[in-house]
Design a protein around this ligand. Sequence first.
Ligand code: DP6
Length: 322
Amino acid sequence: MNTATARAGANIALVKYWGKRDPRLNLPAAGSLSITLADLETVTRIEVDQGLDADRFELDGRSADPRPVAAVLDLLRPAGGPRCRVVSRNNFPTGAGLASSASGHAALVVAAAAIFCPQMGSGDLAAIARRGSGSASRSLFGGFCQLHAGVAEDGSDCRVEGLEEAGYWPLEVVVAITDAGPKAVSSRAGMNRTMATSPYYPAWVASVSADLERARRAVADRDFDELAEVSEHSALKMHASALAAQPGLLYWNAATVACLRRVRELRDQGVGVFFTVDAGPQVKAVCLPGQADRVAASLASIAGVEQVLRSGLGPGARLVES
Ligand code: DP6
């Protein structure tokens, strides 16, 4: 096979990944639990081109640095194997804390594996996606899943566990975009700085497994209030550890904070909604079925909210055409 196209949905961690136990193998210091989205997606087409002497990468219609893509391709193609033309498109702002690296790496790995390692199973694909970006391994799976940190030095027990498919609990996500520009400090740089300098980092790592247990139980019981509490706790605690780095990482702007307050006001009024925030200023509001219209209208009315996106939960990364 000489060409393959794959699509992958972004995913949003409810229990966050923030820090590594092995930067070389990109092994997380603690586990994470996420939901995969249906409607925020990356589509990536790979074409083998025997005439190329180096990989080419085009992202959202512009030529981009091919090195991160080449590094992932090198994990799948034989040594000295052919170079590729990789064309990738996100249907949402890239690099703004909306998990574009997760869906991007997941789509890349699925398309590249179809060409170079068609027999590879989803566990191995997830491990390769994780080398590209820790959160990417979770986009291989749909619905609800957990990335286990594991303890093995070679990372063999750092694996993704599918918890439930998307249809099990059709939550909806409203994303309030408060600044669509690229973020100032990437997740990777931010977590590395937090690990190296934040006095709160050890407390963060030590507390994640209890959050994971709580979140797993909340998903198993479809207990939205419990999932809301643990998810907001995990997000705020991740940002607290990052704020305490040196220099402190402040990913939020005024509209971010206004959205967080609004989500809590809505919940106080009985709306089934909670927030989470990644390494950027956008707010993701997770809603019970039937609540997203009200949440989207409310967040859209906040000064500084540029755009509101919506998505249901969706499947894991898949080939769409070969
Ligand atoms: C805040 O997966 O982008 O979104 O493994 O270094 O590529 P690397 O980091 P990345 O970090 C994601 C951080 C987060 C939380 C999360 O998705 O769990």
